[in-house]
Design a protein around this ligand. Sequence first.
Ligand code: FE2
Ligand code: FE2
Length: 315
Amino acid sequence: MAVTDRRERLDPDMDKIARAGLKELGDIRIDDVLSFIDRGIEKMPSYMDLYRRWESQQWSVGDLDFSLDRVDWEQSSEIEKKATLWSHRLFFNGEERVTATLAPFVWAAPTPEIEIFLSTQMVDEARHTVFFQRWWHEVVGTDAKDLSTLLAEIRPHANEGYNTLFYDLLPATAQRLASNPKDFDAFVEGVTMYHIVIEATIALTGQRFELESMREQGLTDRGFYQGFTAVARDESRHVNFGIKVLQEAVRSDAERYAPLIQKTLLQCLPLITGVLDPPDPTYITEFGHTESEILQFAFDSLNKRLRAIGINLAA
Ligand SMILES: [Fe+2]
Ligand SMILES: [Fe+2]
């Protein structure tokens, strides 16, 4: 049998999550979606497995219905509105930033399988950006005539960690790859920052707490819940990919690549705390959580990914 015909075998529970449509995603817990990453760590999927997962996990922003979300929004308190806007500004702008900077990674891909997977990821990130654009128009409301006007309107200026990560370090890495696509060191550093720091540690932590608090409030039939769970399922594929790339690099030459990954992580660690730190602590405590609980979850996730890659931060 040709390699390309080989199907990934998943147990029935995992298969249900892997194949769920948007409506069914309302019945699925974010922690079960995230368990795909841990499963990937036990039995690493191939790049083409991840490609095939992408094919079977297509979804459309246009299929979501935000009418109940709109009613919720009108009835929500000032503090709820402020907290949601704080978080969604970071996500919306962040999705656009990662869409804009991924192309050089495709060009610098060391193998065609990696190039193919990263091409699917570019489409995902574009779709995530459109997801937030539509949510903003239909739930919050805006007069912005086009996406760049809306992005300028929602850009989170006040967050220093965020600015450094998304407007300084990430574009600089993408530029290094664009200038020299054969620079595999830059590719390893870029995947560490993009897939491990931004996606695995920051984005999935924020998504996990927001989706869990929507579930606790019985809001799983909302368009936002279903779409954001689909986003999280996409992100879990991206994170599996990032772990795989770095694990292979470390296995091929630990002396060279482990210190490069560690150096990038040390540079980004204070920024993780900065991004997840809200301007007002009630943005978190109002929803029954604490900032230290969120940071703990973020760093536990990061440590799990690092163990899978085969390094630890202290080494
Ligand atoms: Fe994304
Ligand atoms: Fe992503």
